[in-house]
Design a protein around this ligand. Structure first.
Ligand SMILES: [Zn+2]
Length: 116
């Protein structure tokens, strides 16, 4: 499952960051996920519960922040937020947008830990 491999890599990188805080436990992990990252939040949450068992992340909350698609419109010379994944046209002038500026993110925004 796509989400399980994503969650495994999150667990790995959080565990790595925790090395500097022996005995600390994770309370909360915040993710930034672009809508083009093709991640289903329910699956992500489900996999998170499984993948964090017996790790310092066990019982922590996973908070997923969804990021809309932002593209650059060369006609308007500005960045525009697209309303959905169906259309890659500028909502202002209806021209096809050129560059994608946001929407494929899949990254850890912050980790909250509890030191023992
Ligand atoms: Zn435009």
């Amino acid at each position: 499952m796509h989400e399980l491999s994503i969650v495994s890599s999150i667990v790995d990188s959080v565990t790595e960051s925790l090395a500097a805080y022996p005995g600390a436990r994770v309370k909360e992990v915040r993710l930034r996920v672009g809508v083009l990252a093709s991640v289903v939040e329910d699956s992500l949450q489900f996999c998170y519960g499984i993948a964090t068992e017996d790790t310092p992340l066990a019982g922590s909350a996973l908070i997923v922040k969804s990021l809309p698609i932002v593209a650059f419109c060369s006609k308007c010379n500005t960045e525009v937020e697209l309303p959905g994944v169906q259309s890659f046209r500028c909502p202002l002038c209806d021209e096809p947008v050129s560059g994608l500026r946001q929407g494929r993110e899949l990254e850890i925004e912050s980790i909250e830990i509890e030191e023992v």
